[in-house]
Each structure stands twice: as structure tokens, then as C-alpha cells.
Design a protein around this ligand. Structure first.
Ligand SMILES: [Fe+2]
Ligand SMILES: [Fe+2]
Length: 238
């Protein structure tokens, strides 16, 4: 295991595998940060149910853009340009969950509950990581991410508590996003995931992070009186 702390000035002398993995994980992270606003701003911002909800949608999008900028700066400082993810079509995103479009309020809420939560798991991988400039941006980014997923969790819980059609819509959105969230953890036998860990760029294996996530979201879904979907239905990665 590699335990050094690397600063920008040390980057050039690093092993090519390290440089490659770090550039790669930052490009994916940047893509996920900007991918959210591209899913929901167009339809959800003008149609949010209340003024306060509208403000939260706008602020969430602004925070994601800022997360993108922070990640893009770190990559740009060592010469990796990730700006191609800014305006590319949703269908080209690295991660399947970002390839569609969010057109309903319940999908926006459940996206916060389930997918921003995966975002938190992804960021947590970098806590105390070997690349110090990345480690340093985490506290602010994680605090904002926590706000997104709390909002989504509260809104989904409110819809579920109302019962009837409102609860059914929340359930339908959960059925759609649940497996997409689980798939975001990648393949269980991923060789690359081992190399990230070897270089101190990730803390958990894909399997371990996925298991922790499933435990956390299942208990939230059950507490809301909703059904936990089949975790294996329509999965892309195992
Ligand atoms: Fe984010
Ligand atoms: Fe977020």
C-alpha cells in the first residue's frame, strides 16, 4: 500500500499508473458533478412546487457546478483537461444514472435520496487519500452533498407519508433509481478498484461500499413505509 501524501509539485515524478488513475477518477467525478444539473435544471427548476423548493433546486445546481469547478481545477493543475464533460449530451455520460432526463418532482426528490447519496459515498473514498489537493476540497463539498441528499430524503418521506397517489409516485421513482444507484459502485471483481486502493486513492472495495450503501438506503426506504426493490433486477454490474 502506498501511504505518501502527494502534492502538485510531486505529481510529475509519480508512477504512470498513479497519474492515469488519478486523472481518470477526477474526470468521472467531474462528469457526475455536472451531470446532475443537466438532468434536472431544464424541467424541474421552472416547475418546482413552491418558491422555496425552486430556490433549493437552483442552489443545488449551483453547488454541483462549483463541485465540478473544484474537481476540474485539481485535474487542470496537472494538465488534464476535463472541460469536455461540461456540455456533452447526457447519453455520453460515464455513469448510466446521468444519461436520461428528470421531468418529475418525485424523480428529483428520489434522485437526491439515492443518487446524491452515492455521490457522498464516492467522495468519502477520497477522505485522507494520497493526493492532498483532492483531500483538501472534501469537507466543503461533502457538507453540500449532505444537504442535497437530506433534502431529497425529506421530500421523499413527505410524499410517502401523504399516502395514496403521492406515495405510489414516490415508490415508482424509487423502483427506477434504486438499481441505478447500486450499479454506480461498479463491478465487484474490478481490478482497477484494487489499484485505486493500492495507490491510496480509494478506501473501500466496490463490494464493501455497495453493501454499506444498500444497508443504509434499505433502512431509509423501509422507514418511509415503502418497498425495497429487487436489488438484482435490471442490474448492469455485479
Ligand atoms: Fe456534488
Ligand atoms: Fe449533489
Amino acid at each position: 500500500m502506498f501511504r505518501d501524501k502527494i502534492e502538485l509539485k510531486d505529481f510529475e515524478k509519480m508512477d504512470p499508473e498513479y497519474k492515469d488513475l488519478l486523472g481518470r477518477v477526477l474526470a468521472i467525478q467531474a462528469d457526475c458533478e455536472i451531470g446532475g444539473p443537466h438532468l434536472y435544471v431544464e424541467d424541474i427548476l421552472p416547475n418546482a412546487p413552491t418558491k422555496v423548493d425552486q430556490l433549493v433546486v437552483a442552489r443545488t445546481a449551483a453547488e454541483e457546478v462549483d463541485h465540478y469547478r473544484k474537481i476540474a481545477r485539481i485535474a487542470g493543475d496537472f494538465g488534464v483537461d476535463v472541460s469536455y464533460v461540461l456540455s456533452r449530451p447526457n447519453q455520453d455520460r460515464y455513469v448510466e444514472a446521468f444519461r436520461g432526463k428528470i421531468t418529475t418532482w418525485e424523480d428529483f426528490a428520489v434522485f437526491g435520496l439515492l443518487i446524491d447519496r452515492v455521490g457522498r459515498y464516492q467522495l468519502e473514498e477520497f477522505i485522507d487519500c494520497s493526493y492532498a489537493p483532492l483531500d483538501r476540497i472534501l469537507p466543503d463539498v461533502l457538507r453540500e452533498e449532505e444537504g442535497h441528499l437530506d433534502f431529497g430524503t425529506n421530500k421523499t418521506a413527505e410524499m410517502a407519508a401523504k399516502g395514496g397517489e403521492s406515495k405510489e409516485r414516490a415508490q415508482k421513482a424509487i423502483n427506477y433509481w434504486y438499481v441505478k444507484g447500486i450499479d454506480m459502485f461498479g463491478r465487484s471483481d474490478s481490478k482497477r478498484s484494487e489499484r485505486y486502493r493500492y495507490w491510496g486513492l480509494k478506501r473501500r472495495s466496490n463490494t464493501q461500499a455497495r453493501q454499506e450503501y444498500i444497508k443504509e438506503v434499505n433502512s431509509l426506504i423501509e422507514k418511509m413505509g415503502l418497498q425495497v426493490p429487487d436489488p438484482n433486477k435490471d442490474r448492469l454490474y455485479f
